[in-house]
Design a protein around this ligand. Structure first.
Ligand code: BDR
Ligand code: CA
Length: 312
């Protein structure tokens, strides 16, 4: 088998972040070096605790680093309407033993990337604050990042305002820093993640895997699919975050289009919008690969395969 892809997962768990972690933690094609956590779906205390619960429950031997509690410029936003008071409402975990590392997530990112051979993919599934702060602290890491693969943005509609998707809207300035840093960027936005809707038969299929990961998946989706129905009317919750990790496992999963993408950080109504020039109307340099389509069946096969790799 070809060499494993080294990756860091920067996340704000979060139900769909939890599934992204499950996939990253079990794939033989990936080497998960560390999990860095940011405030987003909930406060930093909640998202860090959730990340620790997840690695402990899944038996993952991967360090967890607590990161930024606040966005770079704007006020803190959370997504408790979807993810609940804890940020991971639904499953009940045993008392927590695992602890976060003492090193701050931003220091970890700088140190690990600077010491690397330029072969690490940084996957972000929350607001991009940690990575942006790392880029501001040590701009040379931009040349060390193999690729940034982010869940965020949208060519079309938003999900927190008509214009903006949550991860970009929660810290637009951070997204701006990351998109303009010079590292290759792959944007996995709502255009594709809203195609992988976790319908009841999918929850049943993954639950039937029968191990701890399958059980956790079903418990997580119980809450997530209910709130997605309440808030958006979807009959299945869009499983946003794992699409990033799945696209590393299977490079054919997504249809990608190179485009000029600019983050709207000056507007009020459309703050956090990703302006994607899909028709190349402006003839500007292409700044990101944007996911425009996804092979849905292939995606669910990757998820099931990932869950099956966990112990009973
Ligand atoms: C994104 O926002 C969060 O609520 C989810 O975890 C996902 O990362 C979707 O807009
Ligand atoms: Ca997330």
């Amino acid at each position: 088998m070809s060499e494993k892809i080294k990756m860091i997962l920067d996340c704000d768990p979060g139900h769909d972040d939890a599934v992204a972690l499950m996939v990253a933690g079990s794939s033989p094609k990936l080497e998960l070096l560390g999990v860095t956590v940011v405030a987003g779906n909930q406060t930093i205390d909640n998202t860090v605790r959730n990340a620790l619960h997840l690695v402990e429950y899944l038996g993952l031997d991967v360090p967890v680093y607590a990161g930024c509690p606040l966005p770079m410029v704007r006020e803190r936003k959370i997504a408790d309407d979807i993810h609940g008071e804890s940020g991971l409402d639904g499953p009940v975990f045993p008392p927590l033993q695992r602890k976060a590392e003492t090193e701050h997530a931003v220091n970890y990112l700088v140190r690990t990337l600077m010491e690397s051979e330029g072969d690490i993919v940084v996957v972000t599934t929350g607001p991009m604050t940690n990575l942006a702060m790392a880029l501001r602290m040590e701009p040379r890491i931009a040349q060390k990042i193999r690729r940034i693969v982010l869940m965020g943005g949208s060519v079309g509609y938003g999900n927190v305002t008509p214009a903006a998707e949550f991860n970009i809207w929660a810290d637009g300035e951070a997204a701006q820093v990351c998109f303009t840093c010079g590292a290759p960027v792959t944007m996995v936005g709502l255009d594709v993640t809203r195609k992988v809707l976790c319908y009841p038969h999918i929850v049943e299929r993954m639950g039937a895997v029968g191990n701890r990961a399958g059980k956790l998946f079903a418990e997580l989706m119980g809450h997530f699919c209910r709130t997605e129905k309440e808030v958006f009317g979807f009959d299945g919750g869009p499983l946003h975050d794992p699409v990033t990790v799945a696209s590393l496992i299977d490079p054919e999963l997504l249809t990608l289009q190179d485009m000029n993408v600019q983050i709207e950080i000056r507007a009020q109504q459309s703050y956090g919008r990703t302006n994607c020039d899909s028709f190349d109307y402006l003839h500007l340099p292409h700044t990101a690969q944007v996911a425009v389509d996804i092979d849905v069946e292939r995606f669910w096969d990757i998820i099931e395969d990932a869950l099956r790799r966990y112990d009973a």
